[in-house]
Design a protein around this ligand. Structure first.
Ligand SMILES: [Zn+2]
Length: 286
């Protein structure tokens, strides 16, 4: 634990509680590098990025997770995606002026799971509370009936988080030992001001007396999947009428990836080839 750009998951032996610790370091810096997010927005993007990894941490191999916040407050849209192999990307759109208080003011939180094979699943809940962690705890309770506790924190250098969660499929009462998430949490003495900036220390300090089995840590990476040919597919999805209108107005089709802010330009030849379903390589502008 404690390594950079890593997810460590664990279970509490003898009770139905599992958890994860995430540290996003270079990954986090790459996620925000190409955006000029105000610091409060960046903080929320960081918390959401960490949360997406924690939420994906117990999914079966190959399942990717997207979390979308459609906000009525300062955050208009926030999207984070974590692939089955723990590649993370995120974007946010906000309304000015930003309030001095919390940025989450009502709206919806949607979580979509896309397994490598099989049906996708989406759960949508209203945003409750003023923090990302509170909203996600409510999501788990409402959508998956899983008692969950999350601590999330983001600074310009790191975004970190810790999750403790009841293990699904059990009776919720802690099985044979009768120990469940509530009894684990009641052991904590500093619940009001947990030091989540150092989650591994936090875990040791609060749960040092517990028998915790750690799994092998997994590496995280930032990876935006917006290759030029991927965006070429988006040119095709715009449809012939839209592409023709862009070509006649601007002489080209230009697309910007909202996640990494890279822009690609497709000239008339490329744009028409994309419409024909051919793999095209637009020009990377920035
Ligand atoms: Zn991108």
């Amino acid at each position: 634990m404690g390594k950079k750009d890593q997810l460590a998951t664990f279970v509490f032996e003898g009770c139905n509680v599992r958890g994860g610790i995430v540290s996003l370091d270079n990954t986090w810096q790459l996620i925000v590098a190409r955006h000029n997010y105000p610091s409060a927005v960046a903080g929320l993007v960081g918390e959401a990025s960490v949360a997406s990894v924690l939420m994906a941490s117990h999914l079966k191999g190959g399942t990717s997770l997207s979390m979308q916040i459609i906000g009525e407050g300062a955050i208009r849209l926030l999207v984070v995606q974590c692939s089955g192999d723990l590649r993370v990307r995120a974007m946010a759109d906000w309304r000015e002026p930003l309030p001095t208080g919390g940025l989450l003011g009502g709206g919806r939180l949607a979580v979509t799971l896309e397994p490598a094979i099989g049906e996708r699943y989406q759960g949508i809940v209203p945003i409750v509370g003023s923090s990302m962690a509170q909203s996600l705890e409510a999501y788990f309770q409402r959508s998956e009936q899983l008692a969950t506790k999350l601590w999330l924190s983001a600074s310009p250098e790191r975004a970190v988080g810790l999750m403790l969660q009841a293990i699904p499929g059990e009776d919720g009462q802690g099985g044979a030992t009768g120990i469940n998430l509530d009894s684990v949490l009641s052991e904590m003495t500093l619940l009001d001001q947990p030091d989540v900036a150092h989650p591994e220390r936090f875990l040791r300090e609060h749960f040092g007396a517990w028998d915790i089995r750690l799994h092998a840590p997994r590496a995280l990476a930032h990876d935006c999947r917006c290759t030029s040919s991927h965006l070429g597919n988006i040119v095709r999805m715009l449809g012939e009428a839209e592409v023709n209108s862009l070509l006649s107005e601007q002489g080209m089709v230009e697309l910007t990836c909202e996640f990494c802010n890279r822009a690609f330009r497709y000239g008339p030849q490329d744009a028409r080839a994309a419409l024909d379903g051919r793999d095209v390589s637009g020009q990377l502008l920035h």
